[in-house]
Design a protein around this ligand. Structure first.
Ligand code: PLP
Length: 416
């Protein structure tokens, strides 16, 4: 994208600020500038309304009731599943398991697929760019069953070392688990290449799409990944919602990982038989209203257009990167060639937490810390970074507010 194209996109914007009620509020008497979208996004009125409408008009438990409301609630819940299917371009709705989010989706794969398919000595390959959610579940599994956890190293730009990946993947590798976009640095990983190489080696692939689904089109069929995990709340949907996509033939052979109502076929006092997927993996009463809200969120994002969102956020990231690079004393962490809307940085002489507090006083919300990615911070030899992360409603004016806030912090600390 050239400079005139970028300015044109930034001038036009996505015209969606009005959809997000919270964005018209203020913080410490200043208009809210919300740049903490990597942690969670704000919710459009259509998502808030979908949840509240459900509670006002249709609330009932699903799948079990013979009464009218229960049937309507079940229809809405299953309709939401089909919306998620369409959003990811999965072939079948029964390949979508509703979960509490990315973390639960990954734990589901570790505890169900992992325990059923992995032997001591088998290898799981993750990367040095993962969120703790895509590290700890594998460590727990390895401790329990004797599998071996390996990680692809990163380079000084915060990119995966793909030659090391080629060396690490081998006949013992049974699973590769990788994020599509790094939450701490914004690096976009070459997941298409990773999937192909993993499959050539006979390994399955799990993609952590937590930071990807809201920012670029995702097509699980063309990616050909075996598992895809994401969270609803980073996609303008409710907290405590999310999904796991898994290929039908894999889900069919996976054992349950949690027992309870709704996931069984028959139960006696000594044994049970289990429902087909996805019910087998949705024990107990799920977050029905949340799933319906998630369905509304994916429709909202589809309405804006994922290609449009990706282009707009790329232009805004470029603007933010240029402006922040122009401040003396600011060092960007994560300067890979392919990045999505996340900028991590440190400011000389100011702890990221102090910076976050000063920005907050200016109404600017960013994140400060290790971003649940401590291995990345260890690699760069820093305790944490400040992180500004973009969403559809952010504008160049938000970036300008961030820049003003950073300069103010430098003045206060006498480091300008
Ligand atoms: N993976 C990545 C890349 C993330 O950014 C996050 C959250 O920040 C997660 C996993 C965990 O998501 P959740 O807490 O919604 O389960």
């Amino acid at each position: 994208m050239n400079a005139p194209e970028r300015s044109h996109l930034l001038e036009q914007g996505l015209n969606c600020i009005k959809d997000f009620p919270v964005l018209s509020t203020s913080v410490h008497g200043k208009p809210l500038v919300y740049l903490d979208n990597g942690a969670t996004t704000q919710k459009p009125a259509c998502v808030i309304d979908a949840e509240s409408q459900f509670y006002r008009t249709t609330n009932a438990n699903i799948h079990r009731g013979v009464h009218r409301l229960s049937q309507q609630a079940t229809d809405l819940y299953e309709h939401a599943r089909d919306r998620v299917r369409a959003f990811l371009n999965a072939a079948h709705a029964d390949e979508i398991v509703f979960t509490r989010g990315t973390t639960e989706s990954i734990n589901l794969v570790a505890q169900s697929w992992g325990r059923a398919n992995l032997q001591p000595g088998d290898e799981i390959l993750i990367t040095g760019l993962e969120h703790h959610s895509n590290i700890v579940p594998w460590q727990l599994l390895c401790q329990d069953i004797g599998t071996v956890l390996k990680a692809v190293p990163i380079n000084d730009r915060g990119e995966l070392q793909m030659d090391a990946y080629a060396e690490l993947i081998g006949p013992r590798t049974r699973l590769v688990a990788v994020s599509q976009v790094s939450n701490a640095l914004g690096t976009v990983n070459p997941v298409d290449v990773i999937v192909r190489m993993a499959h050539d080696a006979g390994a399955k692939v799990l993609i952590d799409g937590a930071q990807a689904v809201a920012h670029q089109p995702v097509d699980v069929q063309s990616l050909d990944c075996d598992f895809y995990a994401f969270s609803g709340h980073k996609l303008y949907g409710p907290t405590g919602t999310g999904a796991l996509y898994a290929k039908r033939e894999l889900l069919r052979d996976m054992p349950p990982w949690q027992g309870g109502g709704d996931m069984i076929y028959t139960v006696s006092l000594t044994e049970s038989t289990f429902a087909d997927p996805p019910a087998r993996f949705e024990a107990g009463t799920p977050n029905i209203a949340g799933a319906i809200g998630l369905g509304a969120a994916v429709e909202y994002v589809r309405g804006l257009g994922l290609d449009r969102i990706a282009a707009y956020e790329a232009a805004l990231l470029h603007y933010m990167t240029e402006r922040m690079q122009g401040i003396e004393g600011v060092r960007l962490i994560g300067t890979g060639a392919h990045k999505a809307g996340i900028l991590s940085f440190v400011v000389e002489g100011i702890h990221p937490h102090d910076l976050g507090t000063i920005l907050d006083a200016e109404g600017v919300a960013i994140r400060a810390g290790h971003h649940c990615a401590m291995p990345i911070m260890t690699y760069f030899g820093i305790p944490g970074t400040a992180r500004a992360s973009l969403a559809v409603y952010n504008t160049p004016a938000d970036v300008d507010a961030l820049v003003r806030g950073v300069r103010k912090a430098q003045e206060l600390f006498g480091t300008e």
